[in-house]
Design a binder for this molecule. Sequence first.
Ligand code: SF4
Length: 233
Amino acid sequence: MDTRSRYLQEMGITQWVRRDAGFHPAPGIGAAQDLNTDANDLIQNDQLLADLLTQVETCRQCDLYRTRYMPVFGVGPVPANLMIVGEAPSAEDDRQGIPFVGRVGQLLDAMLLSIGFRREDVYVANALKCRPPDDRDPFAEELTHCNPFLLQQIERIQPKVILALGKAAVQSLLDTNESLDQLRNTGPAREVAGVSVIATYHPAYLLQSPGAKSESWKDLYRARQLLINGSSS
Ligand code: SF4
C-alpha cells in the first residue's frame, strides 16, 4: 500500500484509493522545514512574526500566562497556501512549544496527507497561544484577547485557505456563536480577512469518535478543491 493510500485508510476512506496512485503533493507546496528545529528558530528570519512572538511571550491579556509552561506560537513556512488553526495547545504542545505534537499531531499529519499536504508545507497555529489548565475548553474572553495575534499571523502567512479545527477555532476566526455543525460544509466558504475558512472536527475529537473521520474528510476535500480551483464544489 502506498503512502497516500495508508493515510486515506487511516482517515476511514477506502473507496477513493487508486491502484496507480502514489503521493501527489497538493499545488503550491512550499519549502520543507524540519519540525525538530526549535519552534522559535522557524520564524527568526521573519521580523514581523518575530516581533509578534515577543508580544505573545510577554502577553498578560488573560490569566493563561500564569499556568502555561511556554506559549505555543505557530510553525510553518511563510507564506503558506494552507494554514491550520486549532483551538489551544495541549499539555504536550505546552512542554515543547510546538502545536499539534503527539497522537493528535499524528492524526493531523494523516488528515493533511489524505489531501496531498505534508505538515512541513502548511502553517500550523492555534486560536489560543497558551494552554488552558487541565485542557479545558477555551473561554470566550480568552479567545477574544488572543484573536489579534491570530489575525496578525494570518496577515503575514497570507494563506489561500484556512482549515479551522474544532468549534473554538472556527468561532474565534469568524466571530460567531454558531455550532460547528452549522459552520461545517454549509454553503459558500466564509471568510476572515479575505481568506476562505473551512471548518472541521479537531483531531482530538476524531481520536475519540473515529466514525466522524469520513465526515471530516469531506471538509478536507473541500479545502483542497478551494486551493486547486478556487471553488469548493
Ligand atoms: S492565551 Fe493569548 S491572550 Fe492569553 S496570555 Fe496567552 S497570548 Fe495572551
